[in-house]
Write a protein of this length. Structure first.
Length: 398
């Protein structure tokens, strides 16, 4: 062996002894080649080939090593090391999970890529029928929050009608709305109440009128149990009615929206046994409270005898025309009843039946003829020359 070769072999041997972590000689290793390696704690490293198949020792490198570790929550992962070979963290997943841990070992808990800590979010939707526009959930302290931000409507059927259900911001699907609320024992508008006034717990109501046609109408309340309108109540004012004798009239409407026929005013009072003007009195003359006090003018006739008279209303009919002229003791049928001086002369004579004739002097007559009060005539004389008889008195002729 030459002296030069002996020195080269000695140098290589000493180098191998000084680099205990170096690799054994390898024909494929050329000077300057680099290769990855692992430190004893599993951290990553690099080696450099010195030539002749010999490598340098494994130097620490920053990054994810091959060593296994137990991360947050007991998950198994790989060590994350510094450039000095110190284990900094345990990477259990490439993506962050909502678990209050730093799963991807980026130094931030529950974060979105490139965002700050606790910014992790995910898309979501309601179970069952999904909303057309889904929402999002935010991770808080390792727990997913409620799904929020949903929107849109889906088709549905309610009350035998087609309608829609609307998703609210909390991703709740509302009741099926098919239109405006009606009195039909259904929740038409989808507010969760049946046959109610929108925005209220009160039952539906509507204006109403009856055959009476009250000037102030009433209202009907819907019965939600059966879906039909109740009776018309609450009327007032004046309405139509049928009064005595079947005549149409007007009366005050009561609460039950009928016009009381007992107080039905059919017009002016007439002789018919009814209270036509609804003043509570039958067949009474205007301005009087006396029942059956209605009268009407008539003519009493007996042959050529005609005098004015009065009809009186009794039991709904006008009676016989009664003369308004009193009988006198004058031999004439003054009241046209077919009798002359009936009982009158006798009464005037104190019941003797003899008529006492009057005189011209008693009557103040100085001329002409006057009745003697007993059916005859008295001649009261004539006036002297230059005078005339006027109204049974002599007056000077101008």
């Amino acid at each position: 062996m030459s002296k030069v070769y002996s020195k080269s072999w000695l140098f290589i041997t000493l180098l191998a002894l000084l680099l205990p972590q170096g690799r054994a000689w390898s024909a494929v290793c050329s000077a300057g080649d680099e290769a990855g390696c692992s430190l004893g704690n599993g951290c990553p490293g690099t080696m450099t080939c010195f030539g002749a198949g010999y490598w340098s020792r494994c130097s620490a490198a920053e990054g994810i090593g091959t060593g296994s570790c137990t991360g947050c929550g007991g998950a198994t992962g790989k060590v994350v090391c510094s450039d000095s070979g110190i284990v900094l963290a345990c990477k259990t997943s490439d993506t962050e999970i909502c678990n209050n841990c730093d799963d991807n070992a980026d130094g931030l808990i529950d974060n979105r890529p490139g965002q700050g800590a606790r910014t992790l979010m995910r898309s979501c939707n309601r179970t069952g029928t999904p909303c057309p526009i889904g929402g999002t959930q935010s991770c808080t302290n390792g727990t997913w929050g409620a799904c929020a931000g949903c929107a849109g409507s889906v088709a549905c059927t309610n009350c035998n009608k087609n309608g829609t259900q609307t998703c609210d911001a909390a991703c709740n699907l509302g009741n099926c709305a098919v239109g405006a609320e009606e009195c039909n024992a259904c929740d038409d508008d989808g507010d969760g109440r049946i046959d109610n006034v929108p925005g209220s717990t009160e039952n539906l109501s509507r204006p109403c009128q009856t055959a009476a046609g009250c000037s102030i109408g009433g209202s009907q309340i819907c019965n939600p149990a059966y879906g039909f309108w109740g009776s018309c109540w609450g009327c007032s004012g004046v309405g139509s009615c049928t009064g005595c004798g079947g005549k149409p009239g007007t009366a005050q409407c009561n609460y039950f929206c009928t016009a009381d026929g007992v107080t039905c005013n059919v017009g002016a009072e007439t002789c018919n046994g009814c209270d036509d003007n609804a003043d509570g009195i039958i067949d009474n003359a205007a301005g009087t409270a006396q029942p059956r006090s209605l009268t009407q003018a008539c003519i009493v006739e007996d042959g050529e005898c005609r005098v004015p008279g009065t009809n009186y209303c009794t039991t709904g009919y006008y009676g016989v025309c009664t003369s308004n002229v009193a009988e006198e003791c004058n031999g004439v049928d003054d009241n046209c009843d077919g009798n002359i001086d009936e009982l009158v002369c006798r009464a005037q004579a104190g019941g003797s039946g003899t008529c006492v004739r009057t005189t011209c002097e008693t009557q103040g007559a100085s001329c002409g003829a006057i009745s003697d009060g007993c059916g005859g005539t008295l001649d009261c004389g004539t006036c002297r020359t230059g005078m005339a008889c006027q109204a049974n008195a002599c007056v000077t002729i101008p």
